[in-house]
Ligand binder design. Sequence first.
Ligand SMILES: NC(=O)c1ccc[n+]([C@@H]2O[C@H](COP(=O)([O-])OP(=O)(O)OC[C@H]3O[C@@H](n4cnc5c(N)ncnc54)[C@H](O)[C@@H]3O)[C@@H](O)[C@H]2O)c1
Length: 352
Amino acid sequence: MNNLHLATQIAPALRMIFAPDGKAYVSYSNENNTTASLYTCENRWTEDFTTFCGKNTADKETVQIDGIGCFTIEKEKKDKPLSGKIAVVTGSAQGFGAHIAEFLCSQGARVALADMNYGGVCERAEFLSKTYDIPTLPIMANVSDEASVRDMIQKVVLSFGGLDIFINNAGIVRAGSLEEMTKENFELVTSVDYTAYFLCVKYAAEPMKIQRACAQNYMADIIEINSKSGLEGSNKNFAYAGAKFGGIGLTQSFALELAPFGIKVNAICPGNFLDGPLWSDPDRGLFVQYLKAGKVPGAKTVADVRAAYEAKVPLGRGCRAEDVNRAIAYIIEQKYETGQALPVTGGQTMLN
Ligand SMILES: NC(=O)c1ccc[n+]([C@@H]2O[C@H](COP(=O)([O-])OP(=O)(O)OC[C@H]3O[C@@H](n4cnc5c(N)ncnc54)[C@H](O)[C@@H]3O)[C@@H](O)[C@H]2O)c1
């Protein structure tokens, strides 16, 4: 096991020993600028650090762990609903993910924004950091690549000290009938919308388990941004719907496996985000595509296509970012619910 790997395990433990309510951040470096030296021998550092914390009540400490490196630990003083929390949002360069990242920052969490569009998350992270006066972390990540997912979690843990909220949001759509769909496109959708969820949970759960081992009542959240297409079939969009149905199966199964570690796993199933880029992009958006393809009989303009989709919703409009953010706030606040799929569809999809 190399030093970075060990540091990734040590940081969440230090964080929780220092502040059992989790309201602290830890950053790792190779510098040697310490208030205390701890020893790794037979995991002595846990014992040393617990004793050290008992004697010291400072809000900020820097400790050197023999042979591993230096950890700076700092208590969070702010008092917003999510102050002290550390979150990752995948696919946060645009769309739902960008809004979710903003919501979590506004509530006081430190957020890592992960996306294949690195320029996009850098810009977004800088904007959020300035607007909400809070550190953020842009990360270049491909969620369907295991090494990239492992590195993403390592970066978050070594920069902020742990992980409390993981939002599995990155997703893609490749619609098409049985005649149109290629094996390549089917596998691409499956790899991003289904397999990537497994990869992300595999690595996100590691620091969460360590935190729980160090603070008994501590709870963490994994939230999958699923879809109404994960609850009912989607015509000529089976690659997406199949992956999203599978995501509900993973959510329920992860919830069972991770409940003993205080990790809740839930899915949110939004309706169509008609204001988002997927639908509204003027060149490649679904409104333009559906108009050109004549998918909505009689529609002559983009506005006609939009009206047809709004008419399918009992509450008469598309899903908005704030609807999803409210669901996220509910899931995090609720301490007695796991393995659920929460529809946010304006009544378009109802549970049996
Ligand atoms: N837009 C909708 O109407 C709608 C409705 C219900 C559910 N959803 C779900 O919400 C989530 C977000 O959708 P959106 O419409 O906001 O998407 P979007 O297309 O606007 O943004 C998706 C983001 O994910 C990133 N991404 C794509 N593949 C990636 C990969 N392999 N690794 C890392 N990042 C990657 C993209 O670069 C992009 O920034 C998806 O899971 C989607 O299935 C969307």
